[in-house]
Design a protein around this ligand. Structure first.
Ligand code: 5RP
Length: 251
């Protein structure tokens, strides 16, 4: 793995009582400083990425950014971008993206991520896999020592056809980590359906995953799996906003 370099910027004067939302916004605004006129941008999904889009929209309106094209990672982001007047394209027309900005659910010390608790992991992985620079934006609560086993789910997108069969296979794969595979439901108790018409099986692990590359390969070998939420060696920069300041980690 490549070494990670760290730059710390303290808030001055120190700011107290920042909410998690404040931290998300601070990280997002910092990331938008990397955006330049003329860029093709990957537009992330989630409450942190939403702040980045708002800021890009604001700079466009002010004429401080021009000639931007955005590639959204979900239908929700597409709607927000349209409402902000951000011109949109897709990977077919723009297979190379200059910069993507997106949130994450877990970030390990090597800048590997878990994403997809918002359910957009497939499009996020396609878009962020096509970019020259991927800036991940998080508040400090997302930092973990190891991916998985932190009480939160590792999301896996699966085809609806015989999803229980696929979920059982996934659960058995990680039996030793005490894995419980659960179908994700929407707020009405129906299966959550992704933008691609698939389901999400959330893997809850009692212990850390171990070698995440081996885990990734094993998950992808299960027929019925479309993609999983581990983003290994994809983020080039992670911007972490914490109560004392911003930390920028680069690969
Ligand atoms: C959606 C994602 C999000 O980026 C991730 O869930 C973080 O979301 P938030 O910024 O709301 O905490 O991967 O699929």
């Amino acid at each position: 793995e490549k070494a990670v370099s760290v730059e710390a910027l303290s808030f001055s004067p120190p700011i107290v009582i920042l909410t998690q939302d404040d931290l998300k916004k601070i990280a997002a605004y910092k990331a938008v400083e990397f955006v330049e006129s003329g860029m093709v941008l990957g537009l992330g999904t989630g409450s942190t990425a939403k702040y980045a889009l708002d800021r890009i929209g604001e700079l466009l309106r002010q004429g401080k950014l021009t000639n931007i094209v955005g590639i959204p990672t979900s239908k929700k982001t597409q709607e927000q971008a349209l409402s902000l007047g951000i011109p949109l394209s897709d990977l077919d027309r723009h297979p190379t993206i200059d910069l993507a900005i997106d949130g994450a659910d877990e970030v390990d010390p090597h800048l590997n991520l878990v994403k997809g608790r918002g359910g957009s992991l497939l499009r996020e992985k396609m878009v962020e896999g096509a970019c020259k620079k991927f800036v991940c934006i998080v508040d400090e609560s997302k930092l973990v020592k190891h991916l998985g086993g932190n009480g939160l789910a590792l999301p896996v997108e699966v085809v609806p056809f015989c999803w229980k069969f696929t979920a059982n296979k996934l659960q058995n794969l990680f039996q030793r980590s005490g894995c419980v595979a659960k179908l994700r439901n929407d707020c009405e108790g129906n299966p959550f359906v992704t933008d691609n018409g698939n389901y999400i099986v959330d893997l809850y692990l009692k212990k850390e995953l171990g070698d995440s590359q081996i885990a990734s390969d094993a998950i992808l070998r299960v027929a019925g799996v479309v993609e999983h939420g581990m983003f290994l060696d994809m983020a080039t920069t992670v911007i972490v906003a914490g109560e004392r300041g911003i930390t920028i980690k680069n690969k």
